[in-house]
Ligand binder design. Structure first.
Ligand SMILES: [Cu+2]
Length: 163
């Protein structure tokens, strides 16, 4: 193959993988759990899938609501959220402190195409299901929200009480 051909193949491959990364961000299960990479946050940390003691199903709809909109967990508990998008548009579930989520929502408004993928969030295409495995290591009142521009302001926010 000539150099130019090789380059175009590489570029095409890079573009394909970028598109893949963009469109298939829905599954936390696809992310590998690496204990050495886990970072503590004020609302807990990425959970080890092997330590999951409870599965909580959450539905997201185009009415800009989560169902249930309020969840209670025990401190120390590792939860798998299985998040189903029952709407016709992209939704996401992002765990955080009320303050951090509000700031993040503002940032998303300024940069609508902003791509991010962290253990505390899952982006779910219409009809698809995503998941988050999270260990709630600290007691307190936290939230989960959809930060897609417009959704947060429309009230797409739920509560997590950790006791
Ligand atoms: Cu949404």
């Amino acid at each position: 193959m000539k150099t130019k051909q090789v380059l175009s193949v590489l570029v095409a491959a890079a573009m394909a993988s970028a598109a893949y990364a963009h469109s298939d961000k829905s599954s936390a299960a696809a992310r590998k759990f690496d204990a050495s990479q886990v970072e503590d946050t004020p609302f807990g940390r990425q959970g080890d899938p092997k330590q999951v003691t409870r599965t909580i199903r959450v539905g997201m709809s185009d009415k800009m609501r989560f169902d249930p909109g309020s969840i209670s967990v025990k401190k120390g508990e590792t939860v798998r959220f299985v998040v189903a998008n029952k709407g016709a548009v992209l939704h996401e579930m992002v765990l955080g402190t009320p303050q951090a989520l509000k700031e993040h929502a503002e940032l998303m408004k300024k940069h609508p195409g902003m791509e991010h993928e962290e253990p505390n969030m899952t982006h779910v295409k219409p009809g698809a299901t995503g998941d988050i495995v999270w260990q709630f290591t600290k007691a307190g009142e936290f939230q989960f929200a959809c930060l897609i521009p417009g959704h947060f302001d429309a009230g797409m926010v739920g509560k997590v009480a950790v006791k």
